[in-house]
Design a protein around this ligand. Structure first.
Ligand SMILES: C[S@@+](CC[C@H](N)C(=O)[O-])C[C@H]1O[C@@H](n2cnc3c(N)ncnc32)[C@H](O)[C@@H]1O
Length: 210
């Protein structure tokens, strides 16, 4: 890992989580990977899977939050908190806050412990439950929206939060190579819907037009 956020408690938690993710991914590969019917939006079955950002992707979302000098970031899909901690590191520097979401109860319990160890409880609010419901309470203006929950829900979550996004807000959609993210990719790729979008590898980077 060539870079980690400078905050020592966040860096230590990230090292632990990346290591645990690598072990869990190796075990899954040894079992033959996901079976086609497992690679679905099945919340309970994937409750022990990290499905997390790589260190490079984590650095990317940190850079986006820092570049935007974000005060409010919203995350759809925390899992065990790897992306969450990269955002929290940036927000510690910008003086901002992060609202994150997770539906799996075991993951929510683990997240609360992680946030305490990393010392970011005052920056991060975890909304436990289905983000399509819990995010209804978000007040704008939102500077950065990160989409990394189940891909078929990207567009409903974006629709829910679009009124709260400030002009120029950034929307980062991970894994747009998944077929179920296509309705979202089509929506943000049409400027008539109020976004300009660049696809970088499998990540969509969109900006909300004024
Ligand atoms: C790809 S993982 C997120 C990985 C995480 N961003 C990271 O980098 O560590 C997707 C997560 O979204 C959660 N999720 C899926 N649908 C959800 C929903 N409707 N509401 C809240 N969380 C959801 C899943 O339980 C899963 O933990």
């Amino acid at each position: 890992m060539d870079w980690l956020p400078k905050d020592p408690r966040i860096a230590e938690e990230l090292l632990r989580l990346h290591d645990a993710d690598a072990r869990s991914t190796a075990e899954r590969r040894a079992r033959g990977g996901f079976k086609p019917e497992e690679n679905t939006d099945d919340i309970v079955r994937l409750g022990s899977e990290y499905l997390a950002l790589s260190p490079e992707e984590g650095r990317f979302v940190y850079m986006m939050a820092m570049g935007a000098q974000a005060r409010t970031v919203v995350e759809f899909g925390a899992s065990f908190g790897i992306s969450t901690l990269y955002f929290a590191a940036a927000l510690k520097e910008t003086g901002g806050r992060l609202i994150t979401t997770e539906v799996h109860p075991d993951k929510c319990a683990a997240l609360r412990d992680t946030f305490a160890r990393a010392g970011v409880e005052d920056i991060v609010t975890l909304l436990e439950g289905d983000a399509r419901e819990t995010l209804r309470q978000v007040q704008g203006p939102v500077d950065v929206l990160f989409l990394d929950g189940w891909k078929s829900m990207y567009l409903p979550v974006l629709d829910l939060l679009t009124p709260a996004l400030r002009p120029g807000a950034m929307v980062i959609g991970d894994n747009l190579d998944h077929g179920s993210a296509q309705p979202y990719a089509d929506h943000v790729s049409d400027p008539a819907n109020g976004f300009l979008t660049q696809i970088l590898g499998r990540t969509g980077l969109s900006v909300k037009l004024a």
